[in-house]
Design a protein around this ligand. Structure first.
Ligand code: AOF
Length: 146
């Protein structure tokens, strides 16, 4: 049975969402959530990166980036998976309690059950790409081998 996650309040797997409140240090800065890191890195050579880093919530980071769509770096589609990988891996390296939750899922399929996102999640028909689930499974593999 796959594990479907999305809502951060749903235990125990809500912590797999990028909106979960598990911060980490990365590139010499503190990031409140992996969503902050991901959304901030849509921008280069603008103050937006730092502005997003300081926003109080992942939803605020998401909304800020959405509202500046025309300033998103032109190579975003080429780099977004690597940026997501970097944020998610660090989040689970840094937070031992959720690392244990991830490792305890063994080899079970992880799926971001977003009703609207067919790239990071599975979308409303559950046929989407599920890139976030795939990245979590990759990270799980790497952390297991440490
Ligand atoms: N929108 C959303 C989540 N989806 C997250 O939104 C991000 C996709 O952003 P973008 O590439 O800009 O469309 C990505 O991190 C995905 O996991 N998750 C949640 O818990 N709650 C939300 O409300």
């Amino acid at each position: 049975m796959p594990i479907y996650f999305y809502d951060i309040h749903e235990k125990p797997f809500g912590c797999f969402s990028n909106f979960s409140p598990h911060g980490f240090e990365l590139d010499g800065e503190w990031w409140k959530t992996s969503e902050h890191f991901f959304q901030a890195h849509k921008f280069v050579d603008t103050p937006y990166l730092e502005q997003i880093r300081k926003l109080p919530s992942p939803k605020a980071a998401f909304d800020f980036a959405r509202s500046r769509q025309s300033d998103v770096r032109s190579d975003w589609r080429m780099v977004r998976d690597d940026i997501m990988r970097k944020a998610v891996e660090r989040k689970f390296q840094f937070n031992a309690e959720i690392r244990e939750i991830l490792l305890a899922t063994g080899n079970v399929l992880l799926v971001e059950d977003s009703p609207v996102d067919f790239y990071w999640g599975c979308g409303s028909d559950r046929q989407g790409k599920n890139m976030l689930g795939k990245i979590l499974m990759e990270v799980r593999e790497r952390l297991r081998d440490l």
